[in-house]
Structures are given as C-alpha cells and as structure tokens.
Design a protein around this ligand. Structure first.
Ligand code: PBG
Length: 323
C-alpha cells in the first residue's frame, strides 16, 4: 500500500482540523496601540495608516472603552503633543497630552484592562530622536536615562499599569525600575522593547506621530542583520528587571521571537508595526488580499513563533473575528 503515511487524514474535515489545531490567538493576548493628539476636538485620520486615527481626548476614551469591551488585553498609548523641544519636556509634564490621557483612561477603565504608555522621547523632541542630544548631535545615553526616569514616574502617577520603554538606551530598564520603586510605584510593570530593530517598517508611524526626525536611529536601534545582539539585549533587560520583553517588528523577525521565547522566563510580546499594518491595508484596498484571513494568519504565525502577546493596530477588529 502506497502511500503509507497520509497526513491529509487529519485535515479531512473542519472538525478534524479544529481538533488538531496547535496554536490559538485570543483577544486577551492583543494590545491596541492608540494615538492621542493634543488640541483636537475630533479624531483625525492618519493618511498612511487607513483606519487608524489621531484621537482627541474624548474619542480616545470612547475607543479605548470599546476595545476593552471587544476583549483586548491592553491598550498602549502614544502622545502627539502640539509643541516639541530639545528635551521632550511635555513627556514628563503631568499636564502633557499623554499623561492627561492616561489619567482619563485610568479613571474610566480602572483595572479592567492593562493601560500601557510608550516611555520614549521621540514624540516630544523637536529633533525627533528618542533621547536628548550631546554637543555633537549624537544621542546622549546617560542624559536620556534621567529623562526616561522622570517620564516613567509621571506616567505611573498618571495611572499607567505598565510602561513600554522603546528608546533602546543602555540601562533604561534598570533606571526606570529604580525610579518607579523610589517613587512608590513598585507595582507598575515594565514591558521592555528589548530587541527593537532600526526598521523601514516604522515609516507610517513617523507620520502618525508627526515625527521631526531627520536621519535615522541606527546608533541605538538594532541592525536587522543581527540576531545575537537581540539575545544579549533580552537577557540584559530581564536582568535589569523587565516584567516582559518585546521583539519589534514582528513578521520579518519571527526567528527572533522564537529565540526570545526559548530563552525568556518572562512573557514575550511582539509588535506588528505600522508598516506591516499599512502594507496589508494597501493590498486589501486594491482587492489583492482578504483582510480577515490575512490578519488572522499573521497573528497566528506570531503566536506560533512563541509570542504570548501581540501589539497590533488590528487588535479591536481582530478581537471580534477571533471571538
Ligand atoms: C518610538 C517608537 C516607534 C514605534 C513605537 N515606538 C518608532 C520608532 O522607533 O521610530 C513604531 C511603531 C510602529 O511603527 O507601529 N517611540
């Protein structure tokens, strides 16, 4: 009898396929990144990210509540301030756009979801870098850490449950952990962007935050060609006190997600970034891809690679499909 092995047997009916399916994606594993812009009275579409908006203070509250009702596990908030300066001072101002939004969300949602904040300066600086600059125009690691510490405490005070330091400065997790603990916020968790690559896939995000950046982030974000340094970054962040670690972007870095899942004893997140979102949306718009099938396949692949949670602009929509 040939063939002796017939793997198709386990694919023969929907019930059989359901029975042997290994990987699942649940809404609670999805985190919705959201943008809140200062001075808006109405939400404003982001051209490069169809379906994603700059929220006003009020529309953010409503959209976040809707996402929580849809079952998402958390929301990650990015602030888009009206004014920028050299040290990104609006980032640590209690009345800055991001901190005001965090306070609103914590008042509305309490502990019903995990409220996360991007802890980084690039949205707030007039040069668009993730840190403060030294006299030669380079990013000054240790001066930046001081700013991250101030920002982290302000975000914790505003009500964030979990902070996402995304600037890739050396020592940022240890610095933020110590600052939070000193300020009495030992309960606030850190989701460390541990392996964050200098990626072309952040293109649409830069429009989303009105990025002032000229040049690139290659002196602090990782070279896409390197895997070993991701392991080093992940191990360092865990040693410094990260409660969870993230790999970013996701789809072109599934090998890194898989390696992170192997070595990490804390949960692993992956960020399906703006460019990954926009390229699918563009193809969907042309009728070249089916949105739901494509997105669910991407999310499933990221989970299969080993991620426990996924940041995605499709979180709320996908939660409904997955339910
Ligand atoms: C930096 C930050 C970036 C993203 C998240 N946090 C941009 C960057 O590093 O240039 C990108 C997210 C995305 O592309 O969806 N604060």
């Amino acid at each position: 009898m040939f063939p002796e092995q017939r793997p198709r047997r386990l694919r023969s009916t929907p019930a059989m396929r359901r029975l042997v399916r290994e990987t699942t994606v649940r809404p609670r594993q999805l985190i919705l990144p959201m943008f809140v812009a200062e001075g808006l009275s109405e939400p404003k579409p982001i051209g490069s990210m169809p379906g994603v908006v700059h929220h006003s203070r009020d529309s953010l509250r409503k959209a976040a509540a809707d996402a929580v009702s849809a079952g998402v596990g958390g929301v990650m908030i990015f602030g888009v301030p009206r004014t920028h300066d050299a040290t990104g001072s609006a980032g640590s101002d209690p009345d800055g756009v991001l901190n005001v939004a965090l306070r609103d969300l914590r008042a509305d949602l309490g502990d019903d979801t995990v409220i996360m904040a991007d802890t980084c300066l690039d949205e707030f600086t007039d040069h668009g870098h993730c840190g403060v600059l030294d006299s030669e125009g380079g990013v000054d690691n240790d001066a930046t850490l001081k700013r991250y510490a101030e920002m982290a405490v302000a975000q914790a005070e505003a009500g964030a449950h979990m902070l996402g330091p995304s600037g890739m400065m050396d020592g940022q997790v240890a610095t933020i952990r110590a600052a939070l603990d000193d300020a009495g916020h030992s309960d606030v968790a850190i989701l460390a962007y541990a392996a964050k690559y200098a990626s072309a896939f952040y293109g649409p995000f830069r429009e989303a935050v009105n990025s002032q950046l000229k040049g690139d982030r290659k002196t602090y974000q990782q070279d896409p060609a390197n895997a070993r340094e991701a392991i080093r970054e992940i191990e360092l962040d865990i040693a410094e006190g990260a409660d969870a670690v993230m790999v970013k972007p996701a789809m072109s870095y599934l090998d890194i997600v898989s390696a992170a899942a192997e070595i990490s004893d804390v949960p692993v997140a992956a960020y399906l970034v703006s460019g990954e979102y926009s390229m699918v949306e563009a193809a969907v718009e042309r009728g070249w891809l089916d949105r739901e099938r494509t997105v669910v396949e991407m999310l499933t692949s990221i989970r299969r690679a080993g991620a426990d949670m996924i940041l995605t602009y499709w979180a709320a929509e996908a939660a409904a499909w997955l339910d």
